[in-house]
Design a protein around this ligand. Structure first.
Ligand code: MF3
Ligand code: CO
Length: 252
């Protein structure tokens, strides 16, 4: 395993890759409404990425056929946009997005409500988002990787939710997926030591029910095994001297 430390120049490019990705996420969030197809969202998002002078990094990644993953309700992640799949009032929809700007990648995911949703669904979205912020409190120079994982688990477990174990966060930079892998569930070992200049995508995936997931026949879509709702929240972050810098949030 080799975890890279980014140079000042690489970090500057990743900041911009992050800021541009936020613009894409805002655009898609504003387009969410009952009746829109996930293909239309993908199409709009891809147009936005390209108009910003960037390239979608998910498209063709290991043969992935779209620019975004748009996962509804019990779909955890990696659902392929489709002309035949429409958002409905009461759904929760997870949009996972990434782009390449001047050779550097950014990656971020959000779960949104479609119209009015149940209090249980809203709570899942809120807890999933907050678990990211709890986790990155431990994303500090000199800390250990698994402090992040355990902070997420400490926060989520009391709610009785299932933390997905089959998919994890990752390093990011010149590639979408770099070392290290970043689990969101409890770890016995410490993991690598975190250092200033590392760039990581931290991305808890949380189910209302059991943590177990299954793959659909398209070989991409991950769903909860028990059919319960699932939420996803992800940002690309930079380890610094102090608090981590979130590259994909708060700049637009
Ligand atoms: N954010 C996702 C991840 O880190 C990327 C989607 S995988 C792709 O796994 F194949 F769709 F690109
Ligand atoms: Co990711």
């Amino acid at each position: 395993m080799s975890v890279t430390i980014k140079s000042a120049n690489e970090i500057e490019l990743m900041r911009e890759a992050g800021r541009l990705l936020e613009i894409v996420h805002k655009e898609l969030e504003n387009a969410i409404r009952p009746g829109i197809s996930t293909w239309e969202l993908d199409h709009l998002g891809e147009k936005t990425i390209r108009s910003l002078g960037c390239v979608p990094n998910f498209l063709n990644y290991n043969g992935y056929p779209a620019s975004f993953c748009i996962s509804i309700n019990d779909e955890v992640v990696h659902a392929i946009p489709s002309k035949h799949r429409y958002l409905q009032e009461g759904d929760i929809v997870s949009i996972d997005a990434g782009l390449i700007y001047k050779g550097m990648h950014s990656d971020a995911a959000r779960t949104h409500a479609v119209g009015q949703i149940s209090p249980d669904a809203q709570k899942l979205i809120n807890v999933t988002r907050q678990s990211f912020f709890e986790g990155i409190k431990k994303a500090v120079d000199g800390g250990h990787l698994h402090d992040i994982s355990n902070a997420i688990a400490d926060y989520v477990e009391p709610f009785g939710y299932g933390i997905v174990e089959d998919l994890v966060g990752h390093g990011i930079g010149h590639a979408l997926h770099e070392d290290p892998q970043i689990p969101n569930f409890r770890q016995k070992r410490k993991g690598i030591r975190l250092m200033k200049g590392m760039t990581l995508a931290v991305e808890p995936m949380i189910n209302i029910g059991r943590p177990d997931v299954e793959w659909l026949d398209d070989d991409w879509t991950v769903v909860t095994a028990d059919g319960s709702l699932s939420a996803h929240y992800e940002n690309t972050i930079l380890i610094t001297d102090g608090e981590p810098e979130i590259l994909t949030l708060g700049h637009v």
